[in-house]
Design a protein. Structure first.
Length: 532
């Protein structure tokens, strides 16, 4: 065969090889001969109750988005069947094998989570138009996650979102194989979770008088704003997340970012005689944003609140915040200085660490693990604490070298409230975060040893909502960047930007199918025509 003939044959083979648009990219995809045509009589066979939630998710997706309901049964049959099997193996949690043959589909997970992730991959083999019965190319997918922690954050303090939308947000996470929901519940602007031990927190702390319009400093407008989640609603969200193999991590921010607490209990501050209110603007400004004072009553409050929080949220992790604490208030407080002297606390950074250690003891007594933003390193922390690296990457490196587990969510790569392009008309926080920068974020810094690198627990995208008052703006900010985050945090090999760009055509079609809004910057930046 001539060289030209060989080239032509190779090109023909490449053209005839099926391509799959699966995000995140699986570890191994092997195309096979044949097809499987689903019908309305196709059965979803469930091997046990631990995979029923995966079957329910698939049934709901098929009916809601594609327009055909399928039935589930606990028995299998030899053909026209989607079988969901939990192998209960000791292999990597979340790993699975998906096989499509002429007879049907088999999804085998290493555990129940693996079955669920196999279902998400199957969903990406389905049509992106309603009413089209699927004819699936035969294929075998072997897959497992790169990192154990793959998270998304949502700030419901600056702007509140209803339970129905929190559930939709969790669905978006599930469809991307993300498994930790970081729920930012308190800050200077509001307290959004009911506390039976302190009902005044939502009676007073969940409301603010107004906010600024436009980028800070903007123009202040009177705009009474409120809302909070009852404990029953929180339990509903926790259960909904668990059915999607997502763990909810609540965040109660201390000892700074506490103006909503101080609006309720002004005497918890370092200026107890001055009236307080929930913050009316964004950001941290030392002139206004007071902090918790180190008094017996404050520490009793922290014990009661975090004990109740641990009882409410069954997950292993509780986020304590610990960031952007305006230490000038302690410096100017005679009471705080006396406390530091009595306790042998050398400076205000160590006092912040004292608060963190105190809450850690409460959390640990409940069998939970504490997470905090990377400022908790400043005064020294226990190795059992998990550090969420939001500032420069070197803070995550420092934490890993000190022996702490680290979640990489550096704002330069992971804050989706930033605009995707400078040409966007929509208001966003300072800075620009292009899709490719999210995709290329090096989650394991090169300067770490193999032992230190093993402490990088995973990655997370964050959505702060100062400039995001509506659900459509939420979706505009997270899509398509959530897809880039998902592939970066999940995919172990075969990951490439060029292939990701190719797959995004199908991914945007899925966004359309879901009715999700998204940024179209991708098409302009990558010179890709928009197909509708």
């Amino acid at each position: 065969m001539t060289a030209l003939a060989m080239m032509c044959a190779t090109a023909h083979a490449q053209e005839s090889t099926p391509s799959f648009s699966i995000i995140p990219e699986p570890a191994e995809v092997i195309a096979a001969e044949g097809q499987f045509a689903m019908t309305r009589e196709t059965l979803i066979a469930v091997s046990g109750k631990e995979v029923q939630s995966s079957a329910d998710f698939l049934v709901d997706y098929l009916e809601r988005y594609l327009g055909y309901p399928l039935k589930t049964e606990k028995k299998t049959r030899s053909s026209n069947c989607i079988s969901l099997v939990n192998k209960k193996s000791d292999e990597i949690s979340g790993g699975y094998t998906l096989e499509v043959s002429a007879n049907g589909i088999l999804i085998e997970g290493n555990d129940a989570a693996g079955v669920f992730y196999g279902v998400q991959t199957l969903i990406q083999l389905l049509p992106t138009r309603a009413g089209v019965l699927p004819v699936l190319q035969a294929v075998k997918v072997h897959d497992y996650p790169r990192f154990a922690y793959r998270g998304m954050h949502l700030d419901v303090v600056r702007h509140y979102f209803p339970v129905s939308y929190i559930k939709k947000y969790l669905d978006y996470m599930a469809l991307h194989k993300l498994n930790y929901f970081h729920w930012h519940l308190t800050d200077d602007q509001a307290w959004r979770i009911e506390m039976k031990s302190h009902p005044r927190l939502t009676e007073f702390g969940s409301n603010r008088e107004g906010e600024i319009e436009g980028l800070y400093p903007g123009v202040y407008k009177e705009l009474p704003y409120g809302g909070y989640y009852t404990q029953e609603e929180a339990k509903e969200i926790i259960k909904y997340a668990a059915d999607r193999h997502i763990t909810v991590i609540p965040e109660i921010d201390i000892p700074g970012h506490c103006m909503a607490v101080l609006a309720t209990y002004p005497h918890f501050s370092t200026t107890p005689d001055e009236p307080k209110k929930a913050a009316l603007t964004w950001g941290i400004y030392n002139k206004f944003n007071n902090v918790l004072a180190p008094t017996p009553e404050v520490f009793r409050f922290l014990k009661e609140v975090f004990s109740e929080l641990c009882d409410l949220f069954p997950g292993q992790y509780v986020h304590v915040g610990g960031d952007e604490c305006a230490k000038r208030w302690w410096q100017e407080s005679e009471q705080a200085q006396r406390f530091m002297k009595e306790k042998g606390i050398k400076d205000e950074r160590a006092l912040q660490s004292y608060f963190i250690h105190y809450v850690q003891d409460v959390v640990n007594s409940k069998g939970k693990t504490l997470i905090g933003w990377d400022e908790i390193l400043e005064g020294g922390i226990d190795k059992n604490c998990i550090v969420m690296n939001w500032r420069r990457v070197n803070h995550g490196v420092n934490a890993a070298k000190k022996g702490n587990r680290v979640i990489m969510t550096s704002s330069a790569y992971s804050y989706f409230n930033k605009v995707e392009s400078r040409s966007q008309a929509e208001i966003g926080a300072g800075g620009v975060l292009p899709l490719r920068k999210v995709y290329d974020f090096q989650l394991v810094p090169e300067e770490l040893t193999e032992e230190e690198a093993a402490r990088i627990w995973g990655a997370q995208g964050c959505l702060w909502t100062e400039y995001i008052p509506t659900t459509w703006k939420v979706e505009f900010c997270i899509f398509p960047r959530m897809s880039a985050l998902a592939e970066n945090a999940w995919s172990t090999n075969g990951k490439s930007w060029e292939n990701f760009v190719r797959k995004m055509e199908a991914q945007f079609a899925r966004y359309d199918l879901w009715g999700a809004r998204y940024s179209e910057t991708f098409f302009r930046v990558n010179d890709v025509p928009r197909k509708r």
